[in-house]
Design a protein around this ligand. Structure first.
Ligand code: T5A
Length: 228
């Protein structure tokens, strides 16, 4: 656990997280945004959860193989939390302190949606783990990609080819529908931090929507915005 300041010191980078159901297009959109920020000569770090650091990648293997599920929802949540602790300490915080824009594929909203809303892990336990693992760290912006679950699952299946669905892709359709509702609720409950983006469009159209949200929230001065 590390102590983290609530205020954003000058020179500190920006922390943007991407959330949504399976196959929502997060990786695709993070790459597009990273390319755009890099073209604007902004230092950019792309990372993901679970994983993103050597220790957390070991945890990723454990949870996505389904081994965490065997331990029960609370223990599985602890695995995600342990992975996040390592990831924040060794990758995210150092990058932000060096002024980078950190683009993270999933973060604590995934724990709230998957383990909290869907896994019935009590919110008190999730909040306690969050305090221990990340302290006051909070994304500057959370992009929640929203689309019908059938389309997301089709996209995920196409990308996977013949290989077996992972721990969460293999859940029922009603699980994924509830998941979509959980993310929509997170967006509604956190309007200052979250933007719900309609992801049911071609990748460039979705990227344009994300850029508009980012520009409006984090780049308020027109002079600081770089054209595409
Ligand atoms: N999890 C994670 C928890 O339960 N708790 C937690 O606390 C955390 C952090 C991670 C799993 O762990 C769970 C949630 C997840 O189930 P993962 O392998 O990292 O699993 O996978 P996901 O995060 O779910 O992401 P996916 O890999 O499923 O999909 P993406 O990244 O959202 O989508 P992407 O960009 O790879 O696109 C999927 C396919 O669709 C195409 C792409 O080319 C690709 O083939 N595509 C489009 N096609 C048409 N139109 C568009 N606009 C498209 N955008 C992308």
């Amino acid at each position: 656990m590390v102590e983290r300041a609530a205020q954003r010191p000058s020179g500190r980078g920006r922390f943007i997280t991407f959330e949504g159901g399976e196959g929502a297009g997060k990786s695709t959109q993070i790459k597009k945004l990273a390319d755009r920020l890099k073209a604007a000569r902004m230092r950019t770090v792309v990372t993901r959860e679970p994983g993103g650091s050597p220790g957390a990648e070991i945890m990723r293997h454990l949870v996505l193989s389904g081994m965490g599920k065997l331990l029960g929802p609370e223990a599985e949540t602890l695995l995600f939390a342990a992975a996040r602790d390592d990831h924040v300490r060794t990758v995210i915080e150092p990058a932000l302190n060096q002024g980078a824009w950190v683009l993270c594929d999933r973060f604590y909203d995934s724990t709230r949606a998957y383990q909290g809303s869907l896994g019935s892990v009590p919110l008190g336990l999730i909040n306690a783990m969050q305090r221990v693992t990340i302290g006051e760290l909070k994304p500057d912006l959370t992009i929640i990609l929203d689309l019908p679950v059938e389309i997301g699952l089709q996209r995920a299946a196409l990308r996977r080819g013949g290989s077996t669905p992972d721990r969460f892709e293999g859940e029922t359709l009603s699980f994924h529908q509830s998941l979509r509702e959980a993310f929509r609720k997170i967006a509604t409950d956190n309007p200052d931090r979250c933007v719900l983006i309609d992801a049911d469009a071609d990748a460039d159209t979705v990227a344009g929507r994300i850029w508009t949200a980012l520009r409006d929230r984090l780049l308020p001065t027109p002079a600081s915005v770089v054209s595409a």
